[in-house]
Design a protein around this ligand. Structure first.
Ligand SMILES: Cc1ncc(COP(=O)(O)O)c(C=O)c1O
Length: 399
């Protein structure tokens, strides 16, 4: 059977790749510590479950394609509290941030078009872009510069006649970078001057450390046509299975084009939207202060534990809940297979995300990994301890 070139050039998600080995390790009775996936253990707010339980309609009918009014209004109010005047017509409910990203790329890219993306990036971006026939042109960033990139002299030489958009993640996955006010302005100015879309993936918006202000690119009214924001309840409310996200833009044409793609799923799950609306309304209170302090404690624990591992280098993140680390090994994927198939420390092992998929040239990420700090601090410390012992055993084996 013939498959499309467009799908053949896409890679599997790194999470899928190691799953069979993880299952085999568990079958051998090995306890696997997960530092690999961004699935927080913080409880989903009770209001979500209440809203679903209290749903009164006797028929779970199709919702309107753009979203149910209660959800769209809750999202609009939330952005208003952040200081942005948007209307419900500027919002499209989507199946997570993932569908919003896929829709945007499908609306704006043709074969051979390019999207500038700071590298290392969230690996799924590659699939969202490639499946449309587009390609990522990376904006290289380094740990030494704390992964900051918003600099004209670095970005403008990468723009050519094929460039359609700049896609940024702020706060960043996997780097933890958070742009300053000045840097955000620079990105907006570049997009505006070169007539590009600025796609701002802000699914980690509230998770910023050091008392910094929570912000969104939608604040820049003067570039309303260029800016598209991707958002989601997944990380914000520790509700990844809810599959409710949003595409938000004041570019009316983009909303119109994206609405055509709603035909592929008719609507987003009605009950989940009702629950999501209730969660957005929670942010009127100081609900987030406690959540943020939990992530901050986890980050501190990860930073402290990783600092003890010889030869491991990393940068302390400014936001989101990931750390990129460089390991003293030849190949982080081989290390991951070794940890799952040949190694254990008192019956326990650990998983992380090898970073190859975050680089357009996979060799650039070969000895790098992404660690997620979404479980309790003791688990994180134990996971890192196992990682250190695993690195020693892996390198001793090869010597
Ligand atoms: C940067 C980023 N964007 C988007 C997503 C997609 O999230 P969801 O589809 O669950 O909203 C993720 C998930 O990990 C992510 O890390």
């Amino acid at each position: 059977m013939k498959f499309s070139r467009k799908v053949e050039v896409c890679g599997l998600s790194p999470v899928r790749k190691f799953y069979p080995c993880e299952v085999a390790a568990a079958a051998r009775g090995i306890q696997v510590h997960h530092l690999n996936i961004g699935q927080p253990d913080i409880e989903t707010p009770e209001v979500f479950f209440d809203a679903v339980r209290n749903f009164e309609d006797k028929v779970v009918a199709y919702a309107p394609a753009p979203g149910i009014p209660a959800f769209l209004e809750a999202v609009r109010d939330y952005y208003q509290r952040l200081g942005c005047e948007i209307s419900c017509d500027d919002i499209l409910a989507t199946f997570g941030g993932s569908e919003a990203l896929q829709m945007i790329m499908s609306c704006i890219l043709d074969d051979g078009d390019e999207v500038l993306v700071p590298e290392p990036y969230y690996p799924n971006y590659d699939t969202f872009i490639r499946i449309t026939g587009g390609v990522i042109r990376p904006i290289p960033t380094t740990a030494e510069e704390s992964y900051h990139y918003a600099d004209r002299s670095r970005i403008e030489p990468l723009i050519n006649e094929h460039t359609r958009a700049i896609l940024i993640t702020n706060p960043g996955n996997p780097t933890g970078v958070v742009l300053s006010e000045e840097e955000r302005r620079t990105m907006v100015d570049i997009a505006k001057e070169h007539d590009l879309f600025l796609i701002s993936d802000e699914v980690y918006r509230e998770i910023v450390y050091g008392g910094r202000r929570v912000s969104t690119m939608l604040e820049y009214d003067d570039a309303a046509e260029n800016i598209v924001v991707v958002d989601s309840v997944s990380k914000r409310f520790s509700a990844t299975g809810t599959r409710v996200g949003t595409l938000v833009t004041r570019n009316k044409q983009l909303i119109l084009e994206a609405s055509k793609l709603c035909q592929s799923r008719l609507c987003i799950a009605t009950l989940e939207q009702a629950g999501a609306a209730a969660m957005y309304n929670l942010l009127k209170s100081d609900y987030y202060a406690d959540v943020l302090s939990q992530y901050e404690q986890r980050k501190d624990m990860l930073v402290e534990s990783l600092s003890k591992l010889p030869g491991v280098t990393f940068n302390s993140p400014e936001g989101a809940f990931y750390i990129m680390a460089t390991l003293p090994v030849d190949d982080a994927e081989k290390l991951q297979y070794f940890l799952l198939e040949e190694f254990d420390d008192q019956g326990e092992t650990v998983m992380f995300t090898p970073a190859e998929g975050s680089y357009s040239n996979p060799a650039d990420g070969r000895n790098k990994i992404r660690i997620a700090y979404v479980t309790n601090p003791a688990d994180i410390a134990r996971g890192v301890e196992i990682l250190g012992r695993g690195i020693e055993a892996y390198n001793a084996r090869k010597a």
